[in-house]
Design a protein around this ligand. Structure first.
Ligand SMILES: [Mn+2]
Length: 442
């Protein structure tokens, strides 16, 4: 599993070429993620902004990229110049020369020189009719960019033109990131394999009396030991009724033999993340009630995965999940009435309050529009798109369900790639059939 697979500089150069082609006539300013302070002089572990990393491959904070398609040198990077003292404390820096040599920047300038950025930004604006810049992330940055626009406009004199309209670069990059390349799929498959292995190990390792955080630690160990850079998102290790809290990350409870445990965790590999959820008994077997609920969700999950193919939409897949789960809720005597009327009145919502899937890639909830042209027009799936299929049922202690189901929460989640002919499940290595899980548990 310890492979050197990664996105090549050549592929990043192709991405930049495509990006520059798509924004032609405009200019783009992309900022690195800031280094977030944890406390006093200690920082949180750094993770680059996905859009910034997608185009530049630079994982240093305080960097900025300017894309000016109208220039012979369209890609300028601003980053920290090499600093011997800083390198002694924090490790090797890329430096300006490294940015040109290794990342293919046409120009590399010091991010410590505000004039250098101002000059290049104004030059790019003067050659552009619109700006691609994400507003609302950082107020100081917004003020800087707005003031540069005003400065640039003054340089034009009285032309009668207005300030530059601003577009969110996530629009363009979301479209690019939505359809994955062969290398990206390979990275996602590695993340999926590492994650699948860790979930399977957790199914073996779990014992009654353990705390949720012990499983959380075991997952993290498996991820890192297999070469994952970090978590794709905070691990959810939710036993018993905690499984009914959708984003439970407290992970402090002592697990009882009679519990089901829900684990939603994913490893990030080369900036690509998996997203897997599995449920299994803390004891050796599902109780009859747990098994009933589990089988209901599994039925919906398998049917939804089977639907995935080019031309389908996530909306259709979600609607199918709602249909199956509503039927199952009737079978479990949680709901009464005709399926059509129960769906229309959204009677299922207290027990299934979330969607059935989301795009997956560099971000766990990846960029990319879910619609075509209008919001109500759901997007057709295409080969290279990757998304999750994750139906669930949640019967919290205070929910209106037969007493035997109270405290049971189940979600089953796989990562699905659309292929020319249909789909490929990236995460199929983790068991999800009742018999497979029970044999791992005993
Ligand atoms: Mn998910």
């Amino acid at each position: 599993m310890k492979t050197q697979l990664q996105i090549t500089p050549k592929e990043r150069a192709q991405r930049r070429q495509e990006f520059i082609g798509r924004i032609k006539g405009g200019a783009a300013f992309l900022f690195a993620a800031p280094h977030a302070i944890r406390n006093h002089d200690v920082h949180h572990p750094y993770r680059q902004d996905s859009n910034f990393y997608y185009l530049t491959g630079l994982d240093e904070p305080e960097s900025v990229a300017i894309f000016n398609p109208q220039s012979k040198k369209p890609f300028t990077l601003f980053l920290e110049p090499k600093d011997k003292t800083k390198e002694l404390w924090e490790g090797k820096m890329l430096g300006l020369e490294g940015a040109r040599q290794k990342l293919g920047a046409d120009e590399a300038k010091s991010s410590h020189d505000p004039n250098a950025f101002e000059e290049a930004a104004i030059e790019a604006l003067l050659q552009a009719d619109r700006l691609y810049y994400r507003v609302g992330v950082n107020t100081l940055r917004d003020q800087l960019i707005f003031s540069l626009m005003v400065k640039a406009a003054k340089k034009l004199g009285r032309t009668g033109r207005s300030l530059w309209p601003i577009f969110d670069p996530s629009e363009v990059l979301g479209e690019m990131r939505l359809v994955k390349s062969a290398n990206e799929i390979a990275c996602l498959q590695v993340a999926a394999n590492i994650t699948a292995q860790a979930h399977t190990e957790a199914m073996r390792y779990c014992k009654p009396g353990m705390y949720e955080f012990e499983l959380e630690a075991a997952l993290f160990h498996s991820f890192r030991a297999a070469g994952a850079g970090r978590l794709g998102y905070g691990s959810i290790v939710a036993s018993g009724e905690n499984a009914c809290v959708l984003h439970y990350v407290n992970n402090q409870r002592k697990m009882q033999e009679s519990d089901l445990i829900l684990i939603d965790a994913g490893a990030e590999y080369e900036y690509y993340t998996a997203d897997i959820t599995r449920c299994f008994p803390v004891g050796t077997h599902f109780s009859p009630e747990q098994k009933e609920v589990y089988q209901s969700v599994l039925l919906a999950q398998k049917e939804c995965v089977a639907m995935a193919k080019p031309g389908r939409t996530l909306k259709e897949i979600h609607q199918h999940a709602v249909e199956v789960l509503t039927e199952e809720l009737k079978r479990l005597k949680v709901l009464k009435g005709t399926t059509a009327s129960l769906i229309k009145s959204e009677a299922y919502r207290p027990f299934y309050p979330h969607g059935t899937g989301h795009w997956l890639g560099m971000d766990v909830h990846d960029l990319g529009r879910y619609y075509e042209e209008t919001y109500s027009n759901s997007r057709k799936l295409k080969p290279g798109m990757v998304f999750t299929v994750e139906p669930g049922l949640y019967f919290s202690a205070d929910s209106k369900v037969p007493a035997k189901f109270k405290g049971i929460g189940v979600r089953i989640e796989d990562d699905v790639l659309i292929t020319e002919k249909g789909h490929h499940v990236l995460t199929s290595a983790v068991p999800k059939e009742v018999e497979e899980i029970e044999s791992l548990r005993s």
